[in-house]
Write a protein that binds this ligand. Structure first.
Ligand code: ATP
Ligand code: MG
Length: 390
């Protein structure tokens, strides 16, 4: 009996995309993520992917965890592969269930069979009936319950037969690398890591920009953002994080612009700088964690003014979400605990007491003229530090 992990992906995603490009990318991503664990063979057959480790003592739990963070996977099942011969299937079924009952106190079951290979002498209902009876004969304590069983015993007969009882949901989405690249404005807050994750889920690679206002924001605040980028890179590997020194720009804005406009102008500078970095890296869009109405700088009027500072599309995947919905995802992707660490972010240091909630674009542009934009931006870019996160 070989221990294998069956990986399923959803056909629906293949419609618009080139199917083999999609599959090849997914297979490559699986290899990259699992090979550090143990040498792995990844094969494809009939729109499914099979992962086989070349070593016997592999930490299967860790392998499943890693697969759970690969976008494009709909679900996975640890399976036992046996020859498609009904006598062998019957024998191995007993071993499988014996093994299972050592770990779980299951009392009821049902059998679900699928026959992919029509040459197999029994059809699906016959496989279910015969195997069910065989299990009942051999395990006196088990009973059949077709409506609410403790476990389902799945038998999939193809060129070989696969036995399994677990279907573990995957990350869904599309394989990383099939959707171009985007630049995420990553703060230390709750929202932006979630926004990045949501875009990454669609197969998009990420690059991240963090505006650091040292010494108003501490090195701990910066480390927190690095940690968040690391956590995101578990889902989409190879993130580059650009740490942009932002203090001089903020001081200048503070000094030269009307107080109620400093936040919106600061946000425009973030966009302008992120856009320059994005264009250099081949990113096709910017991503932020904004949601309509969350704070003064996220009203429709404010976002219009912010958007005006960038020419690349700005993706705001949280736009219609409530904070609680965002928090739920942040917990699921394990960024929440890092995000709520109490280190100040740049926006809490240079905050307007009464920020405009309906900024005027004309006035914003007018006020900005007091700043040496090109010099400020050049200076910030020249002193940007780039960290390759892993
Ligand atoms: P978050 O929880 O992501 O920090 P927020 O609710 O605190 O968001 P703002 O601080 O107004 O909202 O920021 C809105 C968005 O602007 C953030 O989601 C993020 O994309 C970007 N942003 C804010 N501050 C920074 C920063 N210091 N560096 C990079 N991006 C930032
Ligand atoms: Mg914030």
């Amino acid at each position: 009996m070989e221990k294998i992990i069956l990986v399923r992906y959803e056909e629906i995603f293949l419609k618009g995309l080139n199917k083999s490009t999609f599959e090849n990318k997914l297979i490559m991503n699986i290899k990259e993520r699992l090979n550090p664990l143990a040498p792995v063979r990844v094969t494809r057959s009939q729109s499914r992917i099979y992962v086989e480790f070349q070593e016997p003592d592999v930490d299967m739990e860790e392998a499943i965890l890693r697969l759970g963070k690969i976008f494009g996977i709909a679900s996975v099942s640890p399976v036992v592969k046996v020859p498609a011969d009904f006598d062998v299937i019957k024998e191995k079924t007993l071993t499988f269930i014996d093994d299972l009952l050592k770990r779980k106190a299951y009392k009821t079951f049902k059998v679900e069979a699928k026959r992919g290979d029509k040459k197999f002498p029994l059809n699906s209902p016959q496989i279910c009936a015969e195997l069910g009876a065989h299990i009942l004969r051999n395990f006196q304590k088990l009973k059949v319950d077709v409506h609410n069983p403790d476990f389902v015993f799945y038998v999939d007969v193809r060129e070989d037969a696969y036995l399994y009882c677990e279907i573990i949901p995957g990350a869904k989405g599309l394989p990383t690398g099939t959707g171009g690249k985007a630049t995420l404005l990553l703060s230390g807050g709750i929202d932006s890591p979630v926004a990045g994750w949501m875009v990454a889920k669609r197969g998009v690679e990420l690059e991240a920009v963090y505006f650091h206002s040292y010494p108003y924001t501490s090195d701990r605040a910066r480390d927190k953002v690095v940690t968040l980028a690391e956590k995101l890179s578990e889902w989409c590997p190879g993130i580059k994080l650009h740490v942009v020194p932002f203090t001089d720009i903020q001081l200048k804005i503070n000094e030269k612009c009307p107080h109620e406009y400093i936040t919106i102008i600061m946000r425009r500078y973030m966009m302008k700088i992120a856009e320059r970095i994005a264009r250099k890296s081949g990113s096709l869009g910017l991503v932020t964690g904004e949601a309509i109405g969350q704070v003064a700088s996220q009203t429709m009027e404010s976002m219009l003014v912010t958007n005006d500072a960038a020419t690349l599309p700005v993706y705001r995947p949280l736009v219609g979400m409530d904070k609680n919905e965002v928090i739920e995802i942040a917990k699921k992707i394990d960024t929440y605990d890092t995000s709520i660490l109490p280190y100040e972010d740049c926006c809490t240091v240079f905050v307007a007491k009464h920020p405009v909630t309906r900024p005027s674009l004309e006035r914003t542009r007018e006020y900005e003229k007091a700043l040496d934009e090109e010099i400020l931006i050049e200076e910030a870019l020249n002193n940007t530090e780039t960290i390759k996160v892993s």
